[in-house]
Structures are given as C-alpha cells and as structure tokens.
Write a protein that binds this ligand. Structure first.
Ligand code: C2E
Ligand code: CA
Ligand code: CA
Length: 410
C-alpha cells in the first residue's frame, strides 16, 4: 500500500495550482493533495484568475491541475498564455469532457512546449493523483535544473569520438509467433567521465546541427557490426538482425551507401542482417538526394525501416516513395492504445497498410501485457519495449538473450 511518506519531500514543498470552476472539484483535489502532504496549494476558478495570481507573483506553481471547460478563460486559452510566459512547470489536465478532445489538448500542450504530465478523467481518486505526482518527481520537475540532461558541446563530441566515449546499447525485438529474438535495435549512449551515461538527446541533436552526425553514424555502425560479428562467432544471433538509427541529416551529407557496404563487407557479414531505421527530425530540402541515397542503401542489400511511423507529416508519403522492408509503428499508438480507441484504430490501419505492402511491422514501446494483446490482435507480430527488456550494454544483451533462449527451449 502506498504511503504519503513515500512521496519525495521536494514534492511536498512544491507550489501546486488547482484551476477549476467547480468548487466541489477544487475542495476534493485540495483535500486529497493535502492528505498526501502537499503544503502549498493555490486555487483559481478559471484561466484568468490563475494568470492573475502568477502575474502578480502571489505564487509561482511548479505543477498545475487544470480543467478544460471553464467560463471566462478556458483551459485551452490558458495554455496558450502559459506558453507565451514560457512556463516551465508541469501541467495535468483534469477533465470531464470527451476523451478525444482531451487527447487533442495533450498534443496542443506538447506543441506549445509545455510539460504535459497526464490526464485525470473525472471522477478520479487518490491513486490517480499519486501516479501523476510520482511522474512529476521522476521527470525532476522539482529538482535543480543542473540535474537535467546537459547537452554536449561540439568540441566535447569531437574529443569523445577520439576518446571512445560512445557506447552501443541493444534492445531486443521479439517475434510474437514463436517468442524468438529476431533482432536488436542499437541505441547509443555517451559514457561521460564526470556526468555518467548520457542519453542520445544529449548529443545526437548537437551532432546533427553541426555536421558531425555523419562521422558519428559511421562510428556507431562500425561498433554495432563488430558486436554482431562477435555474437555470431560466439554462436549467437545466427538469424538475428541489428537495427541502426539513421537520421535524415546523415543521408544528405554523405556518400553513405558505399561506405556502409564496405564496412559490412570487411566484417564478413551479410548486408541483409542490418536494418536502417530512418528517423526524421526535419524535412530534407532535396527529396532527390534522399530517394537516391536510400535506394542505393537498399540496393546494397540492407533493410530499410521507417521509424516512428504514424507521426510526422510525410510518413505515409514515404511509404509510397521509399523501398521499405519494415514499418516501425510509433509507441504513441502502442502503449496504452487498448484504452485509447483513436490510437488503436491508427495502429490497426498502419498494420493493415504494412501487411498489404508485404513488409515487416514492428510495434515499439510495448510495456504491458495489454499492449501485447492489442498489437497481436491487430496482426502485428514483432514487438520491442520495456515489457521484454530495456536497451542494454552489448555484454548484458548477450547474457539476457542467452537466458531468454534457454527459457524457450526449457
Ligand atoms: P527511437 O529510435 O524511437 O528509439 C526508441 C526509444 O524508446 C529509445 O530511447 C528507447 O530506450 C525507448 N524505449 C524502448 N522501449 C520503450 C518502452 O517500452 N517505452 C518507452 N516509453 N520507451 C521505450 P533512447 O535510447 O533514449 O533513444 C531516443 C532516440 O534517440 C531514438 O528514438 C533515436 O531517434 C535516437 N537515437 C538513438 N540512437 C541513435 C543513433 O545511433 N543514431 C541516431 N541518429 N539517433 C539515435
Ligand atoms: Ca529507432
Ligand atoms: Ca521509434
């Protein structure tokens, strides 16, 4: 049983604002939150009252629970004003309106650059509040900003490439047909001497912006290929593929296909064992470059996957234009989709499209048994996610896979 003492102390001294036109809801929220040990609670009856409190510096909330439909300034308009003020705290939507409208608001909040923590549908109880509070603590809303991921500088990235700070982690892709591991996605980490293990967001965007992503990608690719060959020599992975993320910036910068082909050739592996996942962080200026380079990569025998399929503007167009072998459906249509009919319908349609095109369909972000059941019912049979394993360093991955294979044959 969860006890309020288990909530982090910095959370209890945070300023929390409750915005709702219904006094009953405000009273209820206030009593639950104070019962959980929250000390500084502020009430507002609509968006305007909340803004007045913030602008007059009577409070500077780190967390807000906000209704959508309110007379005067509603939640939707209020979020726009918060974004203009560059509000850095977390926002929780508390609402009784139709679920699809709430989902759209969630997206709007993210587009505004606000930190969306979750939705509480009315009626709600203490357990829902607790999970939101814990989530806000996990994303370090209340800790010092120096503890958030620091972006590496171009110089640090250059030096790190020389000093071999890059580590390749691997996360299994599992077939739902026979539970075998059919592949692994290579996800890169930075082993920083002072800051510890840093996620891709600390350096991939910087590398993309400063023209270093090409060199970085080749570096990662070499490492991943070496691991695959090593596993093979040790008797693993004979049927396994390895997926590598390729940002569009790399494609624009490089005479990539020949380079990639020569690296696998030297390793003695077959190119069909490698899948490139194309991610899109921006639109390419020149579509002809993308088409040419991707086609040549495919011609060399590598697999091509569209990552985060379903989000982004040109996903479906890419399906028509590129020589794909796999669709990787974005996790926003996977995890929790059994309870979100729109997400589930999108997932099912993506799966149908992939099947009709006769390419592999992978669901990413599978976290629960319910996710697996939804994915399977839709006809998708390759999955990846925390339900099976997180990304792991190469040695840990092999140990995990060995145990997994043993359990399969036991
Ligand atoms: P992605 O390609 O969409 O990778 C999947 C991300 O989801 C990974 O985050 C992974 O750790 C995380 N993930 C895996 N299973 C689950 C799950 O069940 N639930 C949830 N919520 N998340 C899950 P990670 O490792 O932080 O990577 C973030 C992104 O960085 C990747 O997104 C990819 O776009 C980029 N990235 C990673 N490695 C490379 C690389 O070598 N090159 C390039 N260009 N980009 C990379
Ligand atoms: Ca990926
Ligand atoms: Ca993805």
């Amino acid at each position: 049983m969860f006890k309020s003492e288990d909530l982090p102390t910095e959370l209890k001294s945070a300023q929390i604002m409750l915005i709702d036109d219904d006094d009953f809801v405000l009273d209820y929220l206030e009593s639950l939150l104070s019962g959980l040990g929250m000390k500084y609670l502020f009430r507002a009856g609509n968006g305007q009252q909340a803004l007045d409190l913030i602008d007059s510096k009577q409070c500077s909330p780190q967390l807000m629970f906000c209704d959508l439909a309110m007379p005067g300034m509603d939640g939707i308009e209020f979020f726009r004003h918060l974004a203009k003020r560059r509000y850095q705290g977390g926002v929780v939507i508390v609402s009784g309106v139709d679920r699809q409208l709430v989902v759209t608001q969630q997206r709007l909040l993210q587009e505004h650059g606000l930190k969306f923590l979750g939705i509480i549908h009315k009626p709600f109880d203490e357990s829902m509040l607790v999970s939101i509070l814990l989530k806000s603590a996990v994303i370090s809303l209340f800790t010092d900003s120096t503890t958030t991921v620091r972006k590496l500088s171009v110089e640090e990235i250059g030096a790190g490439l020389v000093a071999d700070c890059i580590e390749t982690y691997f996360q299994p892709k599992v077939s739902l047909d026979d539970s075998r591991v059919v592949g692994a996605e290579c996800l890169v980490r930075w082993n920083h001497p002072q800051l510890g293990i840093l996620p891709p967001s600390a350096f991939i965007p910087v590398a993309e912006e400063h023209g270093l992503i090409g060199a970085l990608t080749v570096f990662i690719f070499r490492k991943a290929v070496n691991h695959l060959r090593d596993w093979e020599q040790r008797g693993h992975s004979l049927t396994m593929s390895v997926s590598i993320n390729l940002s569009m910036e790399t494609i624009a910068q490089f005479d990539l296909p020949d380079l990639l082909a020569s690296i696998v050739e030297q390793s003695g592996l077959d190119a069909s064992r490698i899948i490139f996942e194309l991610t899109e962080s921006g639109l390419l200026d020149d579509l002809t470059v993308e088409l040419e380079v991707v086609s040549r990569i495919r011609l060399k025998g590598f697999g091509i996957s569209i990552d985060d399929f379903g989000i982004g503007y040109s996903s479906v167009e890419k399906l028509k234009l590129l020589p794909l072998t796999e669709l990787k459906i974005d996790r926003s249509f996977v995890h929790g989709a059994c309870e979100d009919s729109v997400a589930r319908i999108i997932f099912e349609s993506c799966t149908r499209m992939g099947k009709a095109l006769n390419i592999d369909i992978v669901a990413e972000g599978v976290e629960t048994l319910a996710d697996i059941e939804m994915v399977k019912a839709a006809g998708c049979n390759i999955v990846q996610g925390y339900y099976f394993a997180p990304p792991m360093p190469a040695e840990e991955f092999v140990a995990w896979k060995t145990k997994w294979d043993e359990n399969l044959t036991a």
